[in-house]
Design a binder for this molecule. Structure first.
Ligand SMILES: Nc1nc2c(ncn2[C@@H]2O[C@H](COP(=O)(O)OP(=O)(O)OP(=O)(O)O)[C@@H](O)[C@H]2O)c(=O)[nH]1
Ligand SMILES: [Mg+2]
Length: 268
């Protein structure tokens, strides 16, 4: 179903989970390269749109299997999604519903927070790919109940989740994704292109200079700490600026009052 606005969507998730395929399903054409491969197929962010109905940003996979790029390098590339598509309505987190989640995937939401900031969680929707159409809703619910990792990720996204078989997408499954996008878009505008996004980028660049590497969970921990610190410093800096501006404004007001007073005295 088309909406009375252009849905702006960023698709993220682990390499090979079906991000590009999902983008193609939403756009109803093969706009992005999709392929079964041991290595990452999508290497950089790309935006495509469908006559004002939907804009989709496809992103390179997180937790890249060839292991050449550190999490920081991946984060820097994925952050470009916001430059291609400022203020998106939704982030679709793509998980493969037919395999067990890896430890790294369990941290997807944390990684998104690191890349885009806390606000992006309000816009996050889980999309389970590779769920065959013959699996009914009850069976899917049972499957999710048994999978505590998947359930906890869905809970973090306030129970916003959808399913799809990208090879044979059913209209009602696409419709559910669209309805969830409409829901998060109605929940209020979140501006991503803000100063704090620049702070995140600055931290990534510094981390890159320090050759950030090591196991993903260590990188996540280190980056989270650095970002929290940098954001606090930015807030403190902004507070000081406002305070200085306040003092300045009082001085100017006092100066004007003084001059006016003189003028009144002269006139009298
Ligand atoms: N059966 C089935 N296959 C799927 C589904 N989604 C994707 N695939 C297949 O999985 C393979 C990888 O899909 P892509 O869309 O390229 O995955 P990706 O997440 O974009 O991968 P990268 O670009 O490498 O990060 C392709 O062969 C797809 O046809 C699905 O829902 N069901
Ligand atoms: Mg891809």
């Amino acid at each position: 179903m088309s909406a009375n606005y252009e849905r702006k969507i960023v698709i993220v998730g682990k390499t090979g989970n079906g991000k590009s395929s999902l983008g193609n399903v939403l756009l109803r054409r093969r706009a992005f390269d999709e392929a079964r491969s041991f290595n990452a197929v999508t290497k950089e962010c790309k935006v495509e749109s469908d006559e004002g109905n939907v804009s989709v940003v496809d992103t390179p996979g997180l937790f890249d299997s060839d292991g050449e790029r550190s999490l920081v390098m991946q984060a820097l590339e994925i952050q470009k999604a916001i430059k291609l598509c400022p203020n998106p309505h939704a982030f679709l987190i793509v998980l493969n519903g037919s395999t067990r989640l890896t430890q790294e995937e369990l941290s997807t939401v944390d990684v998104l927070r690191i890349i885009f900031g806390e606000q992006c969680l309000k816009k996050a929707i889980i999309v389970l790919t590779h769920i065959e159409n013959n699996l009914d809703e009850t069976q899917l619910d049972e499957m999710l109940d048994e999978n505590s990792g998947m359930s906890s990720l869905i809970k973090l996204c306030e129970n916003r989740f959808a399913r799809i078989d990208n090879r044979e997408p059913k209209p009602e499954h696409i419709e559910r994704i669209n309805r969830l996008v409409d829901k998060v878009s109605r929940a209020g505008k979140v501006r991503f292109k803000n100063g704090f996004l620049n702070v995140h980028e600055r931290v990534f660049r510094e981390a890159l200079k320090n050759h950030d590497s090591g196991p993903v969970h260590e990188q996540i921990k280190r980056l989270s700490e650095q970002i929290l610190k940098a954001v606090e410093e930015e807030k403190e800096f902004n507070r000081k600026c406002w305070k200085a501006a306040g003092v300045g404004a009082v001085c100017v007001a006092a100066g004007i009052a003084y001059l006016c007073n003189d003028y009144i005295v002269v006139c009298n």
